[in-house]
Design a protein around this ligand. Sequence first.
Ligand SMILES: Nc1ncnc2c1ncn2[C@@H]1O[C@H](COP(=O)(O)OP(=O)(O)O)[C@@H](O)[C@H]1O
Ligand SMILES: [Mg+2]
Length: 327
Amino acid sequence: MIDIVGDGLSLKCIAILSGINECILKEYVISNHFKTLKSHKTKESKFSISDSKNIINGLQSEKNLQILKKKFSFYNFKGGVGKTSICFQLSSHIALMGYTVLVIDADPQAHISTSFGFLPDNSYLTLYDLFTKNASFNDIKKNIFEGFDLIPSNLSLTRLESVFYKENNSFSKLSEVLSSIEKNYDFIFLDTNPTISFLNRSVVFFSDVISLVCETQPYSLNGLKILLEDLNNFYVHAKIEPKDINIIPNKYEYKAVSSAEAMSILRKFYGKYIKEDFAIRKSEDFNISAKIGKPLAFFAKKNSIALEDISDLIYQILNKYTYYRNN
Ligand SMILES: Nc1ncnc2c1ncn2[C@@H]1O[C@H](COP(=O)(O)OP(=O)(O)O)[C@@H](O)[C@H]1O
Ligand SMILES: [Mg+2]
């Protein structure tokens, strides 16, 4: 497992994540005697994960948070569009803000597990073991840091397909298997692989919101129409209400005509699924992050566009799917 617990967050990153002004953070940290991490190599002062959460919580007045939708899957038949990268960043940064989060790796290729430092071998248990009742949830979950858990994956997930068919299971089986642990988390994020499998269908069934990640290339949008049609057919087949759909345009490049073209196609044909004028910009930070297995906030420079875009996306989710109840 990767060691991110020993790393800390700078006040700048805490400010970006929490939306709290850096000067206010500084004053709060000094007056409450929070200690910076000693062993850090950079000049910048950093705070431990639990202190970062305490700082954010301390400055946000007590509120009765209601979460309207908690289960988000990242989906597309296309590979390489950024599903895993966005799932990795979104889940870890929402957890750093103090929400309790579970990530489920539903891709047998285990890319997100690898990013979290779990190399895909058969030594750990996966969704397969939960599903076949070989293990309980507590046996399979891995803790990344406080309030942030992962169900890792490996090739065992490919065997789930035959189990699904042999036992003539319905798409609701995954939801049943996960129903008892749902309440332990504020948010659950699921990473999928680009196939039409029983497992992916079950993930769609389980999800409240389906985030369709796509590249901002006109050719890359061709599949979107088919993808949406396929989802609609599935809702009818499975006799379920349509899920919320968000399209997340990724790898946007300012000066590229193709990116601008892709955004105008999205606005014209898929306007109701996107936030106008938002796309995740292309940034080398995403590649570095996956390679070193650390979420952006642990290493990104002060002016990281990647971290800026990920926090923007987090606030879109929080604004749309949570509210504070007065009582
Ligand atoms: N916004 C981005 N800017 C630059 N590279 C990106 C961005 N998003 C993803 N990538 C890179 O694209 C590649 C594919 O991303 P990945 O998340 O693995 O896609 P998927 O899960 O859809 O197959 C990876 O090398 C990843 O680092
Ligand atoms: Mg992936």
